[in-house]
Design a binder for this molecule. Structure first.
Ligand code: NAP
Length: 207
């Protein structure tokens, strides 16, 4: 079995994430893509992030009509900081050693991957699929000599996803200043955001 693990904060999830997951599923012939909203990301200490339950529910709504997409509470239910190595190891143990894992995330994230907890081991047990936004070349991300080594080994793959021009940061900004987000996120996610007053000043949604 080939399993995609779609890791992200998803604050909020948008069409760019969904297009990325579908592109990776197709390109790497994945049997399923498991969306894993992050719990307490170690690199976001002191930054305003919506509560895990809000991010989980928005992700749940976004993928509800795709039978190839699934969602996991693994990271949001795990106390303490969430490290991708722990998640990947857990899934490897759960699905059996024969499973081939593909961690899908943003290419920006990859710049720092060698600073992650147990990075070398992580790169040896899991493929990485890094989605880049238009305007970046693959070399922008692979300039680091050590990362080039992993690319040659076949453990890091880059895919260009034009729909990633949509960004969670821009969506939060738009909501804060009252600009529309229609057609940038699934309708159910848009409704959830407005119903729960997310991303407006003093929304009470953050941890
Ligand atoms: P981020 O810093 O919020 O995002 C960096 C960039 O990547 C943003 O442009 C973001 O776009 C994009 N991105 C994030 N997830 C994506 C996805 N699944 N598909 C396509 N683009 C994506 O990164 P993050 O979301 O917090 O972290 C990404 C993943 O890396 C998470 O699973 C996190 O737990 C993991 N991580 C692990 C460690 C560690 O183990 N030490 C450290 C850092 C990150 P949007 O803003 O539009 O989403």
């Amino acid at each position: 079995m080939r399993l995609g693990i779609m890791g992200g904060t998803f604050d909020p999830i948008h069409w760019g994430h969904l297009v990325t997951a579908e592109a990776a599923r197709h390109q790497f012939k994945l049997d399923q893509v498991l969306f894993v909203p992050s719990g307490q990301p170690p690199h976001k200490q002191g930054r305003k992030v919506s509560s895990p339950e809000h991010r989980y529910l928005m992700t749940f709504l976004a993928i509800a009509n795709n039978p190839m997409f699934h969602i996991s509470r693994l990271e949001i239910d795990r106390p303490g900081f969430t490290y991708t190595y722990d998640t990947v190891s857990h899934l490897k143990a759960e699905y059996g050693q024969n499973i081939e894992l593909f961690f899908i995330t943003g290419a920006d994230v990859m710049r720092d991957i060698l600073t992650w907890y147990k990075a070398e081991e992580l790169l040896s047990i899991c493929h990485f699929v890094a989605a880049s936004r238009p305007g970046f070349t693959l070399l922008d991300y692979m300039a680091h000599a050590d990362l080039s080594r992993f690319k040659e080994n076949g453990s890091i793959h880059l895919i260009e996803v034009p729909a990633m021009a949509i960004s969670s940061t821009d969506l939060r900004r738009r909501i804060t200043i009252g600009e529309p987000i229609r057609y940038l996120v699934p309708e159910a996610v848009e409704n959830y955001i407005y119903k729960n007053h997310l991303y407006v000043p003093d929304d009470g949604a953050t941890d």
